[in-house]
Design a protein around this ligand. Structure first.
Ligand SMILES: *Cc1c(COP(=O)(O)O)cnc(C)c1O
Length: 430
């Protein structure tokens, strides 16, 4: 497969943009090649500037649950554009979106719209601190919550891939208020609470970890988090930026039947536009300005075009609950196919699935948390990635990222990918 135009564009891009990209994992650095520059997408397919077609398993890293360029996203967008793209004043559609979100997530009694997942988590933590009057927070190693300073401590996703678990440029003062526990290990959380009595404002967690590959939660661990935080007067924040409207319409909290105090959303709720949201219990959210003393604002927050795309997406998902069943069926098909290939070829790999979220790790260690994830063979992943790409499958360009499916992926797409996966694994053992 030729990718000359992509390679040319990357050389040009590197002259003007750090690393040639506007977000690190896009650089394909960990898979040791120039990134694929995209021309357009349609449904489950994505097309690069050289005219190559791929089945897309990134789906913009989560937002595109209905696939690329679905007409659902665009319903009424022309009319909305004609009316104007930003007003800096409230509009009716913001109320509609807030109503839809609070109906889907009863734990979010009040919700504030922002422009990214990063802004959502950053703001939620400020609110939790303002509400409790405490400084410290607990996060989990390998969980990613966007790139706010205090959250770039032992975070996942690109930071794992690039080996900078804690970013430079984060001051020791900021980092010291971020305590780090081990995902799926309740004792590690209890120890931090014992060492810092009355000081912990919030525990923030991905209820299904999706930024160190996919690591399903241990249910007792999640229930334990709820109990410990409740007893300590600590705000439990579910970062559902990936899982919200993906695992189920009501997110991980619906699936796990655990009610957090606050929730952060992003990705899917913007229908492909830059949107995030945070919300939670009324008494907590009433500390946000203009009601209370926690300041948080945004010039483009609740932007009418982004809200329209989001509303279209969420309304469709609400009215088509079968999307979730079908996505889980497709994930099961992928899981079974990949598992069979692993067995047939004898490659050391693990296929993980939780509902519609899946990930193929190149390790023989069962995936139950961060330590297991870190045993993965990233060199094997690199080879695998390239074989898959040349066969027409755009997998995430790093081992520590999950596979994203959409409503647009067909059984036939997945069956072809399974066949390509078999060939890619065979190449590995050659
Ligand atoms: C993507 C992500 C974020 C950050 O969202 P951005 O829109 O990239 O700022 C936060 N938390 C989780 C769990 C994410 O997956």
């Amino acid at each position: 497969m030729k990718r000359e135009k992509s390679e040319q564009l990357f050389i040009e891009a590197e002259k003007y943009i750090p690393g040639g990209v506007n977000s690190p994992v896009r650089a394909f650095k960990s898979v040791e090649m120039a990134p694929v520059f995209i021309d357009h997408g349609k449904g489950a397919k994505i097309y690069d500037v050289d005219g190559n077609e791929y089945t897309d398993y990134i789906c913009s890293w989560g937002p595109l649950i209905l696939g690329h360029a679905s007409p659902v996203y665009f319903d009424g967008i022309q009319e909305a554009l004609q009316k104007g793209t930003s007003f800096g004043a409230p509009t009716a559609i913001e109320v509609e979106v807030a109503k839809l979100i609070t109906e889907a997530y009863p734990s979010m009694e009040l919700v504030r719209m922002v422009s990214s997942g990063t802004e959502a988590t950053m703001s939620a933590l400020r609110v939790a601190r303002g509400f409790t009057g405490r400084n410290k927070i607990i996060k989990f190693e390998g969980c990613y919550h966007g790139h706010a300073d205090g959250l770039l401590v032992k975070s996942g996703s690109g930071t794992l891939t690039f080996g900078v678990p804690t970013s430079s440029g984060v001051t020791p003062g900021t980092a010291q208020d971020t305590l780090v526990a081990t995902y799926n290990d309740l004792d590690s959380v209890k120890a931090l609470f014992n060492e810092n009595p009355g000081e912990i404002a919030a525990v923030i967690v991905e209820p299904v970890a999706g930024n160190m590959g996919v690591v399903p939660p241990d249910l007792d661990f999640m229930k334990g988090l709820r109990e410990i935080t409740k007893a300590a007067g600590t705000v439990l924040i579910f970062d559902e930026v990936i899982t919200g409207f993906r695992l189920a319409y009501g997110g991980a909290q619906e699936v796990l039947e655990i009610t957090p105090d606050m929730t952060t959303l992003g990705k899917i709720i913007g229908g492909g536009m830059p949107v995030g949201a945070y919300g939670g219990r009324r008494d907590i959210m009433e500390t946000v300005a203009p009601l209370g003393g926690v300041y948080q604002a945004g010039t483009l927050s609740g932007n009418p075009i982004a809200m329209k795309m989001g509303l279209n997406t969420l309304t469709y998902l609400r009215d088509h609950p079968e999307v979730y069943q079908e996505m889980e069926e497709k994930a099961k098909l992928l899981e079974a196919g990949f598992k069979a290939n692993i067995e047939k070829t004898g490659v050391k790999a693990q296929m993980v699935r939780f509902k519609g979220m899946t990930c193929c790790f190149f390790t023989d260690v069962p995936i139950d948390g961060y330590a297991a994830v870190m045993t993965a063979d990233t060199k094997a992943y690199t080879k695998y990635f390239k074989s898959m790409l040349d066969a027409g499958n755009l997998m995430p360009p790093a081992q520590f990222e999950g596979i994203f499916l959409s409503a647009a992926h067909t059984k036939a797409d997945i069956e072809k990918t399974i066949a390509d996966h078999y060939q890619a694994l065979k190449e590995l053992v050659k």
